[in-house]
Design a binder for this molecule. Structure first.
Ligand SMILES: C[S@@+](CC[C@H](N)C(=O)[O-])C[C@H]1O[C@@H](n2cnc3c(N)ncnc32)[C@H](O)[C@@H]1O
Length: 534
């Protein structure tokens, strides 16, 4: 085994990493990219590439990510031992260590790379690695804890759990999974809590809450009515903020102009909120408060997995939320703890799933699972949100899945990714990911090559009526269901079976319509009688 450690060309910095030389040509792993890499996309999704923060790409390869960021006006630079060895290693708000660890064949050097990269991070570092199960290794030559490829490069495939432990330990700060093989490590703890809390915050459309009318108040005092008319804009602004926050805002949470007029003309936030009740319903504030309390309860439940945060380490807006919704930090933590520990009771999960289905959130497959559009997760009752959050502790954010299956008895969560999920009435299953919470294992299954395609039938079952595309999907599903001799229980017909059936019945699927159904007056009549198509 070659263990010839050579000293590489030094750059004007005392933090230059050491590079082992085992004959492996690491730089050949760097590919030309036509789109942002996955960790950069994750940073962008979470608002860390909005132009205010500087970025340093540690192990930048050919520099394609940097070119995209730079063209978007982001202050970015990067270093790579092969492609950019002369760049100065410098601090930045955001550090990216993307797909570097998996090309390093020497384990101690992976640790050095994490530490060197993290030492440059002012706010956070994103790390991405290749995951086991995502690539075919059958033709590769095993080497150390990975493989050597035909191009003489090394690839280590990590488990999610292993990568998280390695990064956390080497950085000395918790690595938070944000996707498969992608982690964020925060140096700035306030940003970390803001990020974690933001992930549990329901993205609410508050317009319907603002539209709830107040009960008629007989005998409203004339002077109050005059005040409402005169200061309507300020009252609207305060109420809207209150509905967004689920509580009355602090003066500092209001825009300068609103705050000034409020202080000078209306006295206090409380007084303004009272006046607002001539126009708006207090019930809306109660609903908003409940939703925010749920968000924070789920956040505190999932925070049990991390180091305990001191109250003063929390962002100031969260401190206000805690006081308003729970009374004290201790009470908030206790509520989260109780929620987390309640999840071991299958009855709690089943009851929450039944309640979700009653609210139109997903489709209950007997006592087995609740399946729903991933966009509805944040509307689920707190026990199910916490359950999904537990899976996210292992997997990372499940945001890019289309459908989620919550197994009610077996501590599993399945994520389903489809092709043309929104555009097609019958999306094809591309990838299924099974997260087993009991044994902490993630399995990936691809469809379409060796495994036949599976179609998603009755997509509207998994959607909520207010989601875009629901109505046309429901109409399509009704047409499909009316077709005789097709069985949509379990997985439904295969692609070949469906194609054969449509051909034999002289039908075609055109967009969200099944065409040919009404071509002959007799078939209209007979199908209407037989299948109930309307
Ligand atoms: C798979 S490429 C990834 C490049 C880029 N981050 C991307 O995502 O496109 C791996 C890169 O890591 C670099 N590399 C190898 N050893 C390194 C080390 N110890 N520290 C930093 N980068 C290293 C290689 O030169 C190569 O360009």
């Amino acid at each position: 085994m070659v263990e010839d450690h050579t000293v590489q060309e030094r750059v004007a910095t005392d933090r230059q990493p050491s590079l082992a030389n085992t004959g492996v040509e690491r730089h050949r792993t760097a590919m030309a990219r036509s789109a942002l890499s996955a960790p950069m996309q994750a940073l962008a999704r979470h608002g860390f590439l909005d132009g205010d923060l500087s970025v340093f790409d540690y192990g930048c390869g050919r520099g394609d990510d940097m070119a995209v960021l730079s063209s978007a006006g982001i202050q970015v630079s990067g270093w790579d031992p092969h492609y950019a060895p002369g760049t100065k290693l410098e601090e930045a708000d955001v550090i990216n260590l993307g797909f570097v660890l998996n090309v390093i064949e020497e384990p101690s050097e992976r640790i050095e790379a994490i530490q060197a990269a993290f030492s440059l991070a002012r706010r956070l570092m994103a790390v991405a690695v290749m995951l086991v199960g995502k690539a075919d290794t059958s033709t590769l030559r095993p080497f150390r804890d990975g493989f050597v490829t035909a191009h003489n490069t090394f690839q280590k495939y990590f488990s999610q759990h292993e990568a998280r432990a390695l990064v956390s330990e080497a950085a000395g700060h918790e690595a938070i999974p944000v996707g498969p093989g992608i982690f964020f490590v925060f140096r700035d703890k306030i940003s970390e809590q803001r990020f974690l809390e933001g992930r549990r915050r329901r993205h609410r459309d508050i317009s319907h809450l603002l539209a709830i009318a107040p009960p008629r108040t007989a005998g409203t005092k004339a002077d109050e009515q005059a005040l409402v008319a005169e200061h309507r804009e300020v009252i609207d602004a305060v109420w809207k903020t209150a509905i967004e926050l689920g509580r009355l805002p602090d003066l500092e949470e209001l825009d300068d102009s609103v705050r000034q007029e409020l202080i000078e003309r209306l006295g206090s936030v409380r007084k303004t909120a009272q006046l607002a009740q001539h126009i708006y319903s207090v019930e809306a504030l109660h609903q908003a408060r409940q939703q925010r309390t749920d968000d924070l309860t789920v956040y505190f439940a999932l925070n049990r997995f991390s180091r305990r945060q001191r109250y003063r380490e929390l962002p100031v807006e969260m401190q206000r939320d805690i006081k308003a919704f729970f009374g004290s930090h201790g009470a908030a933590e206790k509520t989260g703890h109780d929620l987390l520990f309640s999840l071991s009771d299958p009855n709690i999960i089943s009851t929450a799933a039944q309640s979700a289905e009653r609210q139109g959130l997903g489709w209950l497959d007997g006592a087995h699972s609740l399946q729903l559009d991933a966009g509805l997760i944040e509307r689920l009752p707190p026990p199910l949100r916490a359950y999904v959050g537990c899976a996210e502790q292992l997997y990372g954010h499940i945001g890019d899945a289309h459908v989620v299956k919550i197994h009610l008895q077996s501590n599993k969560l399945t994520l389903l990714h489809y092709e043309q999920y929104t555009e097609s009435p019958l999306p094809r299953l591309r990838e299924r990911i099974k997260i087993n919470l009991r044994n902490q294992v993630i399995d990936f299954f691809d469809y379409g090559d060796d495994v036949p395609w599976q179609l998603l039938f009755m997509k509207s079952r998994y959607m909520a009526p207010d989601q875009p595309g629901y109505v046309k999907q429901t109409k399509f599903d009704a047409q499909l269901e009316a077709l005789r001799d097709l069985d949509f229980r379990k997985f439904g017909p295969s692609v070949a079976e469906l194609a054969q059936y449509l051909q034999a019945s002289k039908l075609t699927i055109e967009g969200f319509k099944i065409a040919g159904l009404f071509k002959s007056p007799f078939s209209v009549w007979s199908r209407r009688v037989g299948g109930g198509v309307s």
